[in-house]
Design a binder for this molecule. Structure first.
Ligand SMILES: Nc1nc2c(ncn2[C@@H]2O[C@H](COP(=O)(O)OP(=O)(O)O)[C@@H](O)[C@H]2O)c(=O)[nH]1
Ligand SMILES: Nc1ncnc2c1ncn2[C@@H]1O[C@H](COP(=O)(O)OP(=O)(O)O)[C@@H](O)[C@H]1O
Length: 219
């Protein structure tokens, strides 16, 4: 799916799709925000959702908040790259911004669940790098859901009871990061992205680069 753009070292490279998934509350929003603040060449995919906005969330930045009719129309028109139902709400990835970023040689960051990750893999296996974030313990997970203080007790109970099901998909992911200390988990996620950016298969400009080096050596 991705075409080409230039890596930070000037060699042309295919953009990649960097996916973070986790049970709710394990820390993927926190890690995504840090990645976006500190990583050049990375664009966040802003999902469309029918779930109500949480305090502090910004429409168009955290999510595009839409009603069910709008969401269904987007899906029907082929405007969503993938979509799924999570906690009784619809979530989906708008196709246009992702394709534009990849063609411009940017990498795209996705905060999506296992269902969406499976759909992306089916569409663009070679371009998807997936990371599953685990909490250090169930008690920490519950504490984090409460400390976020943005969901009702009933919603938190629902999210806790779904966590085990979400987690059962961990083995489908390329990398697993345990989010004990946020700085350490962030450093691990950042290392994964750095290494994946250097993968030979993605660096389509290498043939020309090496040829030119050889030319210089022979000349
Ligand atoms: N498949 C899919 N899942 C999404 C998308 N956007 C968000 N999600 C997932 O939906 C779930 C619920 O997200 P949210 O309501 O923001 O709660 P959070 O898990 O506490 O961040 C999380 O697992 C997200 O990764 C999307 O566009 N597609
Ligand atoms: N390593 C960590 N240690 C303690 N609290 C954390 C850690 N990572 C995230 N949190 C906190 O846990 C809560 C849930 O994190 P969040 O990133 O919103 O999770 P998710 O997006 O996976 O639902 C937030 O209040 C966040 O500040």
């Amino acid at each position: 799916m991705a075409t080409g753009g230039h890596g930070t070292d000037g060699v042309e490279r295919r953009g990649l799709m960097f996916v973070l998934s986790s049970p709710s509350g394990a820390g993927k929003t926190t890690l995504s925000r840090l990645l976006m603040e500190r990583t050049p060449g990375l664009k966040m995919s802003v999902s469309a959702t029918t779930r109500p906005m949480r305090p502090g969330e910004v429409n168009g930045k955290d999510y595009s908040f839409v009603d069910k009719a709008t969401f269904d129309a987007m899906a029907k028109a082929g405007e969503l790259l993938e979509w799924a139902t999570v906690f009784d709400n619809s979530y989906g990835t708008p196709r246009g911004p992702v394709e534009a970023a990849l063609s411009a040689g940017q990498d795209v960051l996705f905060d999506i669940d296992w269902q969406g990750t499976q759909q992306l893999r089916e569409k663009a296996r070679a371009d998807v790098v997936s990371v599953f974030i685990l909490p250090p313990s169930a008690a920490d997970l519950e504490k984090r859901l409460h400390s976020r203080a943005q969901d009702s007790d009933e919603v938190i109970r629902k999210r806790m009871s779904r966590a085990s099901h979400e987690m059962s998909h961990w083995a489908e992911y390329d990398y697993i990061v345990i989010n004990r200390d946020v700085d350490e988990a962030f450093a691990e996620v950042q290392s994964i992205l750095k290494a994946e950016r250097l993968k030979r298969e993605r660096r389509i400009g290498l043939v020309g680069f090496v040829r030119s080096l050889q030319g210089q050596l022979q000349g």
